[in-house]
Structures are given as structure tokens and as C-alpha cells.
Design a protein around this ligand. Structure first.
Ligand code: BDR
Ligand code: CA
Length: 309
């Protein structure tokens, strides 16, 4: 299995990504770092530890990472990040090191094999690059849920939350010399769970699946304001699924991605040069970023099967 470091702001859909990685034979989750986003970085670590304990995987190290300018979103993820469902505290403490230090350490332990899945603001990855500029040489791939290639943003007209909450960090992460794949709103918003899926999770005898069903309740309420029906966009689990290959990209052109970190109306925009997908468009030398625009199959049935197995 692929060694995976997950960087997240746990978070309802982050919890789905974590559960998918734990349930997937392709992945060996070797560490989790948390960042402020859906909730504060410390609360995100407590949430992650509680979910790991529930899954019987309390041994996975969890490190608290950076704060940033993001504002918690209780109307989407609840005041505690998990839809205000109270999980039993795990009894475990976060690692003594920071998330950036944990990532650097894991890049040495799993040199050349480590896959990084980043589903929150990119603050920890940027800090890790600042601490150790050689990090990209030891990382096999970076998969980021974030941005919007052709779709509108979700926190401003052009900015998606993970990028828009720390555009300076995102700019540095996309400028670094590693193979990086962006999984933007364009593809995550069309991969959804239905109310029927949620109910099946809630009615499951499996503790993780049941808890996810409960946690998803408030998130489903929020999506009524987006789609007019109770459902959930599978942002973070889609990035996790693509990183470990249980879902394949159909269209993922290699194109340059520039992050707008100016203070104008474009702040947080992911400027994806999609001319790169045109036939015969001259290859842009040195471009290492891919943008996933569609997948060969929908994620929901695969996710449900793995969570209920
Ligand atoms: C992204 O922002 C967070 O709210 C979600 O967990 C996801 O990572 C979607 O814009
Ligand atoms: Ca997230």
C-alpha cells in the first residue's frame, strides 16, 4: 500500500476522506496534520484523534499545525467541525511536533514513496517547504482538494475555501518542484452523496459509518441552500480517492496553475491555464501540475461500499 500523509481541517468531508483512507487497501495512513479551516487546528486534531480511535487506529500520529486567517464555518461543519455530534474523546494526545515537522519526518521515512493528500488550507505544506526546501525531492505526489478551474469559487466569486483561506501558502505550494494534482470544485461538486446514502450510513452497525451518517446531517442541511436538496458534495474524499487510485481521472491535463495572492477581487483564484488541454497546444516546459476536470466513474458508490464493508 501507498504511504499517505493527510493534511486536513477536520471537517465533515475531511472525516469522509479520513474514513476512506482507513478503509482502503491501497493506502497506509502514516500521519495526519491539521490546519485551521473548517474549525481551528487544535479542534481538527481532537476530531481526527476521536475518529481514529473509533476506527481502531489510535496509533496513527496526529500533529497540530498552523493557524491562518480562515474563519470557522459552523453553519456548514458545526461549531466543533463535526456537525456538532460529540464523539468520545480518544484519550490520545497530538504528537509533540508540528504538522510541518511530521510531514518532513515522514518524507524521510518513506522517501520517494510518500503521497501527500491536502484537503485544507495549504499553510502546513508551505511551512514545511520553508523549513526544508528539499522536501519535494522525497515526495512522490501531492494531491490538493481546492480551487476552481472553470467553476465559480465558494467563498468569493473566484476563490475556493482551501486556497482562499491562505493564498500566499497556496502560491508557494504550487510553485514548488513536485508533482501536484489539483482536484477543484469543478469535479468535487458533481460527486455527491444522497440522503439515501446518508441514511444507510446512519443505520449501519459499523461505528465509523454510523457516526459519519450522523455527522453528515448538518452538512446536508447546508447543501439545501446550494442545490435545493439534502445531499453532500464529496470534496475531500474525492481528492483522497484520486491520490490512492481507487478513482481514476478521465480528464487531467497538465497545465500551469498560478494562485492569485494579491489583495484585489481575484485573491485566492486558481488560474489554470486550460489551453494546455487543447490538441497540439505547445507543451509548456517545466509544468508539473495537473488539474482533474472529470473522473472515469463517480465516487459515491465506491465510497459507500468501502465505508459499509
Ligand atoms: C473545501 O473547504 C472545506 O470546507 C472542505 O472541507 C473542503 O476541503 C471545499 O471548498
Ligand atoms: Ca477540508
Amino acid at each position: 500500500p501507498t504511504p499517505v500523509y493527510l493534511d486536513c481541517d477536520t471537517g465533515v468531508d475531511d472525516a469522509l476522506a479520513l474514513a476512506l483512507l482507513l478503509a482502503s487497501p491501497e493506502a497506509d495512513l502514516v500521519g495526519v496534520g491539521t490546519v485551521s479551516g473548517n474549525t481551528g487546528a487544535e479542534q481538527a486534531a481532537a476530531n481526527t484523534l476521536a475518529l481514529l480511535a473509533l476506527a481502531g487506529r489510535a496509533g496513527v500520529p496526529v500533529a497540530v499545525g498552523a493557524g491562518n486567517a480562515s474563519v470557522p464555518v459552523p453553519h456548514i461543519h458545526g461549531a466543533n467541525g463535526l456537525g456538532d455530534v460529540l464523539l468520545p474523546a480518544s484519550g490520545e494526545s497530538p504528537a509533540a511536533e508540528s504538522a510541518a515537522e511530521l510531514l518532513i519526518g515522514l518524507s524521510h521515512t518513506h522517501a520517494g514513496r510518500l503521497h501527500v493528500v491536502a484537503v485544507g488550507p495549504l499553510t502546513n505544506l508551505a511551512t514545511a517547504l520553508e523549513l526544508d526546501g528539499t522536501l519535494p525531492e522525497r515526495v512522490a505526489s501531492v494531491t490538493v482538494m481546492g480551487g476552481a478551474a472553470r467553476s465559480p469559487g465558494n467563498i468569493t466569486a473566484v476563490a475556493e475555501a482551501n486556497i482562499g483561506n491562505d493564498p500566499e501558502a497556496a502560491r508557494r505550494v504550487f510553485a514548488a518542484p513536485w508533482d501536484i494534482t489539483l482536484v477543484p470544485l469543478d469535479v468535487t461538486l458533481v460527486n455527491r452523496l444522497t440522503e439515501d446514502d446518508r441514511r444507510r450510513l446512519e443505520e449501519s452497525g459499523r461505528p465509523v459509518a454510523r457516526t459519519l451518517g450522523l455527522i453528515l446531517n448538518r452538512y446536508f442541511d447546508f447543501y439545501v441552500s446550494v442545490y435545493g436538496l439534502r445531499c453532500a458534495a464529496l470534496h475531500d474524499p474525492l481528492a483522497a480517492a484520486l491520490a490512492i487510485g481507487c478513482v481514476e481521472p478521465l480528464l487531467a491535463p497538465r497545465v500551469s496553475v498560478t494562485i492569485d495572492d494579491t489583495h484585489g477581487p481575484g485573491r485566492g483564484q486558481t488560474i489554470c491555464d486550460l489551453r494546455g488541454q487543447w490538441r497540439d497546444y505547445p507543451e509548456q516546459p517545466g509544468v508539473r501540475s495537473r488539474v482533474v476536470l472529470s473522473t472515469t466513474q463517480p465516487l459515491a458508490p465506491i465510497l459507500m461500499e468501502r465505508l459499509l464493508a
